[in-house]
Design a protein around this ligand. Structure first.
Ligand SMILES: C[S@@+](CC[C@H](N)C(=O)[O-])C[C@H]1O[C@@H](n2cnc3c(N)ncnc32)[C@H](O)[C@@H]1O
Length: 280
């Protein structure tokens, strides 16, 4: 299969998984998404009245605090490939009484915006889904005004461990074939890698940091809720429905053994990276 056909198929698969999980995406177990969104908004510190692009906006976790930060004179455009996620973003914006968020179904690698338009471009936990991450960052830089800020977040290697590793190791016995090499968030390997990609996009004044956004889950069933309502759900799709319960039990028996008096610790170490477009 050609690289282009591969990329198309990958995007279609990503779109489908988010179409399926959208209904359960905003739940208390996955509250690291809004936690991260608040930290990203603080990291970027957008000026009131700005034009902001939130790439891979999902259910609007970042679009909402950004819209609050830039006020009634500002405008946030949120784009995503999943209509179901965008519908959630729409509902969340309405719930918060915000009418300054515009939502568009759009591919993050091919933006329908003119060059030098946005004061800020942000993307939380979305870059690693894109087949060509550098091409995407270059495209986001194109639509950024000179002097504008681009920022993104991604997971550190320790995030969700040791549960995630056990989950991945359990899957092959249930007929799931994992692709070779790094997948998902593992495709961004370090803070240095984040910096290199921003530099290659032509950005300067780069800042990076790692923040622990983890918390204790009540029990192992909440960890399963995270698997079932995020991109990890795509792996469950490959399991024979009649064997799902066995997989769940065999994985959660291990996860239960990790619990302490405080519950089940979930590491969500997150990298934040930011760069500024020269000029302006
Ligand atoms: C883990 S969610 C993050 C959503 C949101 N930024 C947040 O922090 O909650 C990833 C989002 O990326 C979107 N996405 C994946 N590939 C995309 C693409 N090629 N173009 C636009 N959105 C994409 C998915 O549909 C999904 O909503």
């Amino acid at each position: 299969m050609s690289a282009a056909a591969n990329a198309k198929q990958h995007k279609q698969a990503v779109r489908e998984v988010f179409e399926r999980v959208a209904a359960g995406y905003d739940n208390p177990s996955t509250r690291f998404f809004p936690f991260c969104a608040d930290r990203l908004t603080d990291f970027v510190r957008p000026r009131p009245g700005s034009r902001v692009l939130d790439v891979a906006t999902g259910s609007g976790a970042v679009a909402v605090p950004l819209a609050q930060a830039i006020g009634a004179q500002g405008r946030v455009h949120g784009i995503d490939i999943s209509p179901a996620m965008l519908a959630r973003a729409e509902a969340n914006a309405r719930k918060m009484g915000l009418d300054t968020i515009d939502l568009h179904e759009m591919d993050a690698e091919r933006l329908d915006f003119k060059a030098n338009y946005f004061h800020y471009v942000v993307c939380s936990y979305g870059l690693f889904f894109l087949p060509d991450m550098q091409a995407a960052l270059n495209e986001w830089t194109r639509v950024l005004r000179p002097g504008g800020t681009l920022a993104f977040t991604c997971f550190e290697e320790s995030a969700f461990q040791p549960m995630l590793e056990h989950f991945l190791q359990t899957l092959p016995a249930f007929g799931v074939s994992l692709p070779p090499g790094p997948v998902g968030s593992q495709r961004i390997t370090s803070l240095h890698h984040c910096r290199e990609m921003l530099e290659a996009a032509g950005l300067e004044r780069i800042q990076t940091q790692v923040v622990q956004l983890g918390y204790h889950l009540g029990d192992e069933s909440q960890w399963w809720e995270i698997i079932a309502n995020t991109a990890m759900q795509a792996l469950l799709q490959q399991v024979e429905p009649s064997r799902l319960d066995e997989l769940r039990r065999s994985h959660l028996d291990y996860v239960a053994s990790l619990k302490t008096a405080d519950g089940l610790w979930m590491d969500v170490q997150t990298r934040f990276a930011l760069g500024v477009k020269p000029g302006g």
